[in-house]
Design a protein around this ligand. Sequence first.
Ligand code: SF4
Length: 63
Amino acid sequence: MDYTIQAGFCAECAHALVRPTNKGTIYLRCGLAARDERFPRYPRLPVLSCPGFQPMVASDRPR
Ligand code: SF4
């Protein structure tokens, strides 16, 4: 599924943890939230700018 537009920066971030459900919903959790309170566990999407953004490498991309 292509969620790039809906998620903004999170869609390309190495800290994003994407969890699809059996019902077709996709949850996106910020992995930085566990160790840095500046970041919400479930960011309001789309995220249009973020100081924690770290581009994911090709092997991180969901297939
Ligand atoms: S660090 Fe920012 S861009 Fe990356 S997943 Fe968290 S909220 Fe999204």
